[in-house]
Design a protein around this ligand. Structure first.
Ligand code: ADP
Ligand code: MG
Length: 246
């Protein structure tokens, strides 16, 4: 059985109020292997967020199917967490309370919640900021808190929608390193949306390139585990070619 994420022939068309028809996704199929990071790369408006919304169960496809660990998604979505481009933390809750939020909804006992929250804050380097409020944190720290809030639920599948796009280059690299470290420790399957080729090359083991509207898979590119400069250059060229064709 496939333990990872399977996207099979997913299509989605939007009909706007003024009568415009927007075909956003057209027969998108790919696998995101279990325990690995797959980057979903494509130009703005090609349907990346639409696809994540479908995978997370926030929206339904017109056709096609999404499975995780062999189970159709709608039923498996409690295994899934999402991290957005803007951290979307609750401004009136402390960092610890934000991270604890989903655990409370799961009705976990208080001592277990506190243990999980402090462990996760340590893991993302926010110990010492448990009692701070989001507006007291830098953008990078807020995104760490959002990451902690998603990871504390121990999702088997983590969906990330351009999570570091709003950060400056230096902070973005730090967050990429942190994500790689956390993924090695916790072993989730991650689908990471980005429009940045270098980011995709740096963090993922497979790059799925979507063409511009309607989104179709232009190429699926496996990245070798320890890429030397020549391999990196070849993969970059293949990604660029796929984007140029689309
Ligand atoms: P991306 O995340 O790759 O930038 P999106 O998935 O947000 O792209 O959008 C893909 C296309 O679908 C865009 O043209 C967008 O305007 C359109 N779209 C997305 N959501 C809706 C919606 N709810 N209603 C109408 N059009 C939408
Ligand atoms: Mg988007």
């Amino acid at each position: 059985m496939n333990r990872g994420l399977e996207i099979h022939a997913v299509s989605r068309t939007f009909y706007t109020e003024n009568g415009t028809v927007v075909p956003a996704l057209d027969g998108v199929s790919f696998d995101a292997p279990a325990g690995q990071i797959t980057a979903l790369l494509g130009p703005s408006g090609c349907g990346k967020s639409s696809l994540l919304n479908i995978i997370a169960g926030f929206d339904a496809p017109d056709a096609g199917e999404v499975r995780f660990a062999g189970v159709p998604m709608g039923r498996a979505d409690s295994h899934c967490s999402m991290v957005f481009q803007t951290p979307a933390l609750f401004a009136w809750l402390t960092v610890a309370q934000n991270v604890e939020f989903g655990l409370k909804r799961k009705k976990l006992p208080r001592t277990e919640r506190e243990k999980a929250v402090s462990g996760m804050l340590r893991l993302v380097g926010l110990d010492g900021f448990a009692l701070a409020y989001p507006d007291e944190l830098s953008g990078g720290m807020q995104q760490r808190a959002a990451l902690a809030r998603a990871l504390v639920l121990r999702p088997e599948l983590l969906l990330m929608d351009e999570p570091f796009a709003a950060l400056d280059a230096q902070m973005r690299e730090k967050m990429q390193d942190l994500l790689l470290e956390l993924q090695r420790t916790l072993g989730q399957t991650i689908l990471f949306v980005t429009h940045d080729i270098e980011e995709a090359l740096r963090i993922s083991s497979q790059v799925v390139v979507l063409s511009s509207r309607p989104g179709r898979v232009a190429d699926t590119i496996p990245l070798p585990p320890a890429m030397d400069d020549a391999a990196r250059t070849a993969c970059r060229a293949r990604i660029r070619a796929a984007l140029a064709e689309s």
